[in-house]
Design a protein. Structure first.
Lengths: 388, 81
């Protein structure tokens, strides 16, 4: 009944606009921010976990007088600036941002508020140059190339991944699993590798799949192992870092570009079988899509991983947020929150595998689109020889 | 003080970001629900290709979810920037 639909729409619009003409009293939202410092600061916990840090923060020990003493594994800080040169030291010298060391200062959330810095430009764990009096020296531009949490965890994952893969490859080279049944770690990885070869590489890349198979397998296992490492409590969020996924996306983009040939670009700038008017719209869209496709890869992996981590931490933080208001509310929230968290954790394990697979599959699809021109040529040649 | 004045004095970026992310979740829910519907109906019609259909369903669901996550990231940027 279209008139019923229109009536409901009118009712909705009228109710919405009528709310503008009511006088209401709202409780102050600002006061909550100040209390958050003493109680549980959910924002600090969430961003402290999701962003990059200069140490592996393990736990906070609450001492008798209520002070929190963080326990963490410090990591090297390596800074380069033109005025001061290359400096390297351990991040424990900063004592979690309380002291300045060698005329460098590490920011914390409290310091950003104290010094009234622009919260969008400065984050916690940034390192700034200060002069002897402790004031910020903004003429010194620091390039922070430290071994932060993400870097160290990525290197550990890389070392483990390389060791496992080389061990399995040596087993195959010695002849185990080639003529006999695979044993041990071979039987763990062989189905996965054949899955990537048969479901991802061969359907999309056709005849030249062997050239790209090492790249696809590396991307798949590297993303997978970094995803899995990120799920361990207390670890860093490597794949949820836009810089990490951006590099992976750019590498895929470069591989796609280097495997494209003139047929690919001819199809983009001159799509066959398209009327002239549509071409004016289609050619810019096709050209932009060359860049948008790897960009979507980057954002997809980054957003999936970061969203998963934030959901898990938020659900656990709910316990502490409710616990601050009322102790029994905190205890009551705990079972539900933990049940939800376990559920989301299992979904995150699935998402870890899925995102690695999707990244690899889409890279294979895009490479397949880029090398398609050669396939058409080959097929045409075969057809001609058959006709003759 | 009426509603308009109060609304414009509070952090509107946070509210806008949250509303946008919620709408993105609605879109993702509808999209993936339709993918699931198509996949389950296809499996009901031809059970022996269930594995192929399942693989395609998961792939398509990941693509739709990627689009929804674009919107969530933009919502997040609305809050931060």
């Amino acid at each position: 009944m279209p008139s019923n639909c229109f009536k409901s729409l009118l009712v909705a619009a009228f109710s919405f606009f009528s709310t503008f003409f009511f006088n209401n009293a709202f409780s102050q939202g600002e006061g909550v921010h100040k209390d958050g410092k003493k109680g549980f600061n959910a924002k600090e916990v969430i961003f402290g976990h999701v962003l990059n840090n200069h140490d592996f923060h393990l736990i906070d020990i609450v001492e008798d007088n209520g002070e929190k003493r963080p326990v963490s594994i410090p990591l090297p800080v390596i800074l380069y600036s033109k005025q001061r040169g290359l400096e390297a030291f351990m991040s424990s010298n900063f004592h979690h941002g309380e002291q300045n060391y060698r005329n460098y200062m590490m920011l914390t959330d409290e310091k950003i508020e104290e010094l009234k810095l622009d919260a969008t430009k400065y984050n916690a764990q940034d390192i700034l140059a200060v002069n002897d009096k402790g004031e910020i020296d903004s003429s010194v531009r620091i390039y922070d190339v430290s071994l932060t949490r993400n870097v160290v965890q990525m290197l550990i994952a890389l070392a483990l991944f390389t060791r496992v893969m080389l061990a399995i490859a040596k087993k195959y080279k010695n002849g185990h699993g080639v003529t006999s049944a695979p044993k041990g770690s071979q039987s763990l990885l062989e189905p996965v590798i054949t899955f990537v070869r048969d479901e991802v590489a061969k359907p999309n890349l056709g005849h030249s799949y062997e050239k790209y198979l090492p790249f696809l397998l590396t991307i798949f296992f590297f993303i997978l192992i970094n995803n899995i490492f990120g799920l361990i409590p207390g670890s860093a969020n490597v794949t949820g870092n836009i810089a990490f996924t951006a590099v992976l996306g750019i590498i895929s983009f470069v591989v796609i570009l280097f495997s494209s040939d003139k047929h690919y670009w001819a199809h983009i700038f001159n799509p066959p079988g398209v009327p002239l008017g549509v071409k004016f719209i289609l050619v810019p869209v096709e050209f932009i899509s060359v860049f948008i496709k790897p960009f979507a890869l980057i954002i997809r992996l980054f957003a999936n991983m970061v969203a998963g981590h934030i959901i898990i931490i938020c659900l656990i933080s709910l316990i502490f947020i409710f616990g601050n208001m009322n102790k029994f509310a905190g205890w009551g929230t705990a079972p539900f929150s933990i049940a939800f968290t376990i559920f989301i954790y299992l979904i995150e394990v699935l998402v870890a595998f899925l995102q690695a697979f999707i990244f690899t599959m889409l890279t294979a699809v895009f490479i397949g689109q880029a090398i398609e021109g050669k396939q058409h040529q080959h097929n045409e040649k075969h057809e001609d020889s058959m006709l003759a | 003080m009426d509603l308009m004045t109060i609304m414009l004095s509070t952090p509107l970026g946070n509210a806008g970001g949250a509303v946008g992310a919620g709408l993105a979740a609605v879109g993702a829910g509808i999209g993936i629900g339709q993918i699931g519907k198509g996949a389950v109906e296809a499996i009901a019609r031809q059970p022996e290709v269930a594995n192929d259909i399942r693989a395609n369903m998961i792939l398509t669901a990941a693509l739709v979810e990627g689009a929804a996550l674009f919107a969530i990231i933009v919502g997040f940027l609305a809050m931060v920037l």
